[in-house]
Design a protein around this ligand. Structure first.
Ligand SMILES: [Fe+2]
Ligand SMILES: [Fe+2]
Length: 172
């Protein structure tokens, strides 16, 4: 499934558009390497919680969560990403329940937490009652931990709060 998405001409076109928009961007980019890092971390977090089909869901969420920036860079990129995900997954006849989990997580991936809360969430291997909420939280955490604030030259003027900035590469 993820191979089909990554080689889909619409996906590639959107990715190229984001790269063009961000060619002069000083702050974090939303390119393929950002997505890869989110996939890597999300896979580890969901694996340790033994979530169903964690590898495939992590890959789809990670690679698609920011793709809507091609259509609406600063505004509703979550919505644009999840709408595009729904179109692709329906075409590829991906199962409905998993599609809903993916789209809910993408819709709700914005926002950051203090690093201490994230580490508690990881240490305690927290799982919410609702699987949708678990995936949404894990995607948000993976997105935040994917950034290398501790070595970022833009960190001093970045709008992230000091307690949200990462202090090490998150290894998994
Ligand atoms: Fe995003
Ligand atoms: Fe992101």
């Amino acid at each position: 499934m993820i191979d089909k998405i990554l080689s889909d001409s619409r996906y590639i076109e959107k990715l190229n558009k984001i790269n063009d928009i961000e060619s002069e961007r000083y702050y974090c980019k939303h390119d393929l390497s950002h997505s890869r890092e989110v996939v890597r971390i999300l896979t580890a977090l969901s694996k340790s919680r033994e979530l169903n089909n964690y590898e495939e869901l992590s890959a789809i969420m990670g690679y698609l969560h920011d793709i809507g920036r091609a259509d609406d860079y600063d505004g509703m990129h979550n919505k644009c990403s999840s709408e595009f995900a729904r179109v692709l997954l329906k075409e590829y006849e991906f199962d409905n329940d998993s599609t809903n989990i993916i789209c809910y997580a993408i819709d709700n991936h914005s926002g950051r937490m203090p690093l201490n809360d994230i580490y508690t969430y990881i240490r305690e291997n927290t799982v919410e009652e609702n699987v949708n909420e678990t995936w949404a939280n894990l995607l948000r955490i993976a997105d935040q931990l994917s950034r290398d604030c501790y070595k970022c030259e833009a960190a001093s003027s970045c709008r992230w709060l000091p307690e949200e900035k990462t202090i090490e590469a998150w290894k998994c």
